[in-house]
Design a protein around this ligand. Sequence first.
Ligand code: DSN
Length: 417
Amino acid sequence: MGYLEKVDPRIAEIIRAERRRQSETLEMIASENHVSSAVLEAAGSVFTDKYAEGYPGKRWYCGCENADAVEQLAIDRAKQLFGAEHANVQPHSGTSANLAVYLAALKPGMKIMGMRLDQGGHLSHGLEINLSGICYKAIHYGVRLDTETLDMDDVRRQALSERPDILVAGASAYSRIIDFTAFGEIARQVGCPLLSDIAHIAGLVVGRVHPDPVPHSDFVTTTTHKTLRGPRGAVILCRRQYAKAVDRAIFPGIQGGPLVHIIAAKAVSFLEAMRQDFRDYAAAIVANAQALAGELMGRGWRLVSGGTDNHLMLVDLRSRRADLTGHVAATWLAGAGIIANKNAIPFDPRPPVEASGVRLGTPALTTRGMRAVEMKRVAAWIDRVMMSNGEDSLLTTVAREVRELCGQFPIPDGKQT
Ligand code: DSN
């Protein structure tokens, strides 16, 4: 970090501190990961200087020949990786991607039907204070009280009675397989398009450890920085018939100039995700989640829906600690070097800022090379912290042990498997 150190030593120091924080703690926020050096290098490239409103071959400004080459490669790779007819690689975030799909497919006031946020959905699926809930009429389906899983017969009944103008499948805190085949059938029965938001599970989908939404969906959106292990951003995939509307919705609809440096980094991550070692990585994420879930359940912690099929799990803290909120548990865990987030569990009596659950994910630990043996140690630490009273001495002891483990599994430099 030679130049930055000279020009702005304060920022250089903060970046070093963040690097240290990441390397010395266990990143268990289910939506985070560690990118490869290749992705990082592309994201920090000279393309940050370039304005490129428009699309390859159709830009507003001159000097876009290299931007064109990068974006076309990213588009081609995204289409190949996901088997999609059309890809737009410009969305800055998953929420922007979803808003662009609504803009492309709906008129203001039309009806969105998505999963309830407090049962695992996402704010861009129609939360009343998000643009998706302000500009459109949003209705929501949820999980069953007894199984805490989606019941596709219930979703079908509700969809047929509510007749949404778009059906949204996908979640940010749901640990079970999503039945995209059933969602596709329901959307066709209703006569509306299906948007599958696979932000969390995109890496599992391309790694072939989660069923593929693309054949069943009119639109598929995903962030690129979660299990897919690319830069912070998103893509939209869609059927050919929606290509023009989606491209217009992103630019000039809701965005101006694309982030070409980030598009370059997306292209790199798509290439990485085509490799066999990425499939191995995706399988290891799920194996690790199942190992961790088994260990936690073995210690008496109840997991929402009784386990996990993917990269994450929700621990119902009330199963062992009626007094412990998700907010306090996540704070104690952070003090012990285990970074996770509080999360509402379905039908949670507590407000979301307190919450009765903690969401745990394995993508980043798996990137560091940790496997079942390490999941056992991680579960033991989580158990120790969550059964404590958050005493400084205990948190400090666990944080030291966590640091030692992290030292054995450095964040990979160069290659990520
Ligand atoms: N913030 C993301 C997550 O953690 O799941 C969703 O956008």
